[in-house]
Design a protein around this ligand. Sequence first.
Ligand SMILES: NC(=O)c1ccc[n+]([C@@H]2O[C@H](COP(=O)([O-])OP(=O)(O)OC[C@H]3O[C@@H](n4cnc5c(N)ncnc54)[C@H](O)[C@@H]3O)[C@@H](O)[C@H]2O)c1
Length: 328
Amino acid sequence: MEARSPPPTPNQSKDGGVIGELLQTLRLFFSAIFVGIWRFFVPPPKKSVFGEVVLITGAGSGIGRQLAREFARLGSVLVLWDINKTSNTETAKLLQEEFQAKCFCYTVDVGDKSQIQSAAARVKTEVGEVNILINNAGVVSGKKLLDTPDVLVQRTFDVNLLAHFWTVKCFLPSMLKNNHGHIVNIASSTGLVGLNKLTDYSASKFGVVGFTEVLNYEIIFSGYKGVHTTLVCSSYVKTGMFAGCKMRYPWLLPALEVKNMTNRIMQGILTNQYVICIPRLVYFLAYLKVVLPVDAFLEVVKFFGAASFMDTYVGKETNSLIHQNGSS
Ligand SMILES: NC(=O)c1ccc[n+]([C@@H]2O[C@H](COP(=O)([O-])OP(=O)(O)OC[C@H]3O[C@@H](n4cnc5c(N)ncnc54)[C@H](O)[C@@H]3O)[C@@H](O)[C@H]2O)c1
């Protein structure tokens, strides 16, 4: 575990003139490039999360449940949030049986700010300060914009994006106070490169990308070296969230297994990586998007199936319940 140091004071800019500042910037720029290349070949040592309090939203299934297993294996204390009480309790049971993990379950609709705030207050009293916050819960509507009821658009933003604001506002202050903590936001490759029939989902994930980027700036520019952020942008994972969808060329961009995907996320979290794109091809597509003419990039995304991926979408039973009711 890193040494906890007192809250730092904000960086003071030194008055060395423009040339001095430029030279300093170049020095730091090239050393960051060197470190980046070095780390590509020699990953930094993993930090210990033993005894750390890890809160995971959407812990009842898929990626959330598997991340909970990984942290339980490493001896963390798990705080599990999900809207689905049954599946969340199943996750806790699984972790207790497999790892004798210490788990605390809370039934929370993260699309509701007041539920987040009251659950956070309970966590602080019943468990203690959260050291690692993983914003993972997510929903998908999977329809073209004109076919998407307003209530689903609203819900997608509430759950996939606004929830991050409210959870971070609840748990970041103690992380900053101790200069120790980590916020992990599970976005998506569709937060970098959009897909057909995902206007609300994709826009919410673009929001998570921007939110995490600026949150990271705020933490770093304030001089907190012990508080980290990690943004995860992954392509299609076989969890059932996108049940029915098919990759156009699976040999090129295969559907990911949950275990492989969470192994990559764990590697990134334990080494304080800022951004994790899974697979690496996602970095390349995001790069192409900013350098190619729009029409040329359209041909690239069409080739990868952006126009047709969602045509066979069925989704989860829980999704359709949310869709029918507008809430659950
Ligand atoms: N599956 C993919 O292909 C894929 C790809 C990239 C990113 N992601 C993202 O990964 C995250 C996890 O997705 P998953 O594939 O494990 O899906 P999943 O459906 O298996 O799990 C989502 C969990 O979130 C919970 N949840 C939904 N709404 C909630 C709410 N309002 N409050 C609390 N909990 C709620 C669900 O009950 C479920 O347990 C999501 O943010 C998703 O957008 C998924």
